[in-house]
Design a protein around this ligand. Structure first.
Ligand code: G6Q
Length: 544
């Protein structure tokens, strides 16, 4: 049965017709904040500024139950092959397990293997950071270049930036992902071969962009006076594909392994996080894992109505399916989280941008929203105009640290005040009567003409998520919170959140078109594609 035929879905459809004026709801219930807020894992989630009543939450929890969320959670943690199209288990939670935890997969506990790789990472990280590991001229490594794309780039890059407060300042970190040569060229301009470590991060070790960039890096490295034999000191691989790593010329001793039950966009906790470990040290990396484990335990053991990822997921479903809001903004009031929305964009949109249920039927309801965002306060001077007065309603998550990492003047108080002001303004808005009162000093005609432009409709929903300080542990919890939110939404929408067939077609066509661009022989296409290829080939500088 499609979920939109369930009893709770139908009940929610009727319920959404009720009055959800937030200002009124706050006036009616002085306990609204404590009723609709929850604290755990060092986080406070205030979800009271949402278009909900107790009945809404009851119905949404009933929907989660009807969708089998409880069973889904135990299937995921139990190592069932819930990624059905790829016939794989989904066990990124095992990557943050303590040695005494047990995660079974096909009758075997995977935790020991996880810790073997963590120990390998620890050994390597220690050598590089302490200077025991040297480049081919005997000098210490001072630049690390991670070459990867998608899940093998966005997570490590986001976390390395987010935790740069804890970073070893003697090593610089660079991330190359794009096939556009500009990306690698500009980074190679900044580094010296003798002191640079290249990390080739690719689960499959077949990704066109990553392998092309890796070959360019190796070519450049050898052109700087290094020999083939020096490659072992400067190139390491993070992969599940040992043969391809060997074929590239990387010593398998310098390969950090992981497993097919780790999805690319869920892999920063695995060997794919080596750049993070090199940046912040292994103790901090383990703290990051512990923070995620805290959230895993919360998610696994907390009743649905007090469960942070479940609440976030249900609110998202409420807006997407019953109000028709198509997008969701993540707005960190934390400069360190600059890349967090971009990272989440992949986690969320690649996971839940699906239109077919697990058992192969086209869905008759909306699934994943468009996720986007930028740090505050920058966004306030850019796109917040639309959030406040545009015709599209965008539910927002605001994230902020209670305590700053840099205590400079009154910066943090101003930041906090802005975060609070935005959530309040979105919710309360400003009525025509309020505006008219403010404009009373102007001549009547001028005031009347202006007033309507200054009205804010309000009633725009947001979540506020406050963490104490941005530590590795807090960040681990925050990321895992969103991972589980995405998982719960996928369960409700009955889709497979763990494949990514939607990125395949473009890759396949690119291979054909590359051949056409290289040979000049154009195949059968629509007239637009043919016209574009011909235009590119006919240019005097085209070489084929
Ligand atoms: C993530 C996706 C995708 C993947 C990249 C890189 O879940 O599968 O973004 O991470 O395509 O893949 P490789 O790590 O195999 O190079």
């Amino acid at each position: 049965m499609m979920i939109d035929h369930s009893i709770s879905w139908q009940a929610l459809q009727a319920h959404v017709q009720e009055d959800f004026s937030l200002q009124k709801l706050f006036q009616q219930d002085p306990q609204r904040f404590s009723r609709f807020s929850v604290q755990d894992c060092g986080l406070l989630l205030d979800y009271s500024k949402n278009r909900i009543t107790e009945k809404t939450m009851e119905l949404l929890v009933a929907l989660a139950k009807e969708a089998g969320v409880d069973q889904g959670i135990s299937d995921m943690f139990g190592g069932k092959r819930i990624n059905t199209t790829e016939n794989r288990a989904v066990l990124h939670t095992a990557l943050r397990a303590y040695p005494e935890d047990v995660f079974m997969m096909d009758g075997c506990d995977v935790v020991q293997g996880v810790h073997r790789v963590l120990d390998h990472m620890e050994d390597f990280t220690h050598k590089v950071r302490s200077g025991l590991w040297t480049g081919f001229t005997g000098k210490k490594i001072c630049d690390v270049v991670n070459i990867g794309i998608g899940g093998s780039d966005l997570g490590p890059k986001m976390v390395t930036e987010a935790l740069s407060f804890y970073q070893d300042k003697n090593i610089r970190f660079h991330f190359v992902s794009n096939i556009d040569a500009t990306h690698i060229v500009r980074i190679l301009e900044q580094v010296q071969a003798e002191t640079t470590l290249f990390i080739i991060a690719s689960k499959t070790f077949t990704t066109q962009e990553t392998l092309t960039n890796a070959h360019t890096a190796r070519h450049w490295f050898l052109a700087q006076g290094a020999s083939q034999g020096d490659i072992a000191k400067h190139f390491v691989a993070l992969s599940t594909n040992e043969q391809a790593v060997r074929d590239f010329g990387i010593d398998p001793d310098n390969m950090f392994a992981f497993w097919d039950w780790v999805g690319g966009r869920y892999s920063l906790w695995s060997a794919i996080g080596l750049s993070i470990a090199l940046s912040i040290g292994m103790d901090n990396f383990r703290e990051l894992l512990s923070g995620a484990r805290d959230m895993d335990l919360h998610f696994k053991s907390t009743p649905l109505d007090k469960n942070i990822p479940v609440i976030l997921a249900l609110l998202g479903v409420w807006y997407r399916n019953f109000w028709g809001f198509a997008s969701h903004a993540v707005l960190p009031y934390d400069q360190y989280l600059e890349y967090f929305p971009r990272y989440l964009q992949q986690a969320d949109m690649e996971s839940n941008g699906k239109a077919v249920t697990k058992d192969g039927q086209e869905v008759s309801y909306a699934t994943g929203p468009i996720l986007w965002g930028e740090p505050g306060t920058n966004g306030q001077h850019a796109f917040y105009q639309l959030l406040h007065q545009g015709t599209t309603i965008v539910p927002c998550d605001f994230l902020v640290a209670a305590t700053p990492l840099h205590n400079v003047g009154d910066h943090h108080q101003v930041l906090l005040a802005n975060f609070l002001a935005q959530t309040e303004a979105l919710m309360c808005g400003r009525t025509l009567a309020e505006v008219q009162q403010e404009l009373a000093c102007l001549p009547a005609q001028e005031a009347n003409a202006l007033a309507i432009h200054k009205v804010f409709p309000g009633n725009r929903p947001s979540n506020s998520i406050i963490y104490d300080r941005l530590t590795p542990r807090t960040l681990g919890s925050l990321i895992a919170m969103y991972e589980h939110k995405i998982f719960v939404q996928g369960l409700i929408w009955q889709i497979n959140s763990y494949d990514q067939m939607g990125v395949e077609l473009g890759k396949k066509l690119a291979t054909t078109l590359l051949n056409e661009l290289q040979t000049g022989k154009i195949g059968a296409h629509d007239s637009s594609t043919t016209g574009l290829v011909r235009y590119l080939l006919d240019r005097p500088e085209a070489s084929h």
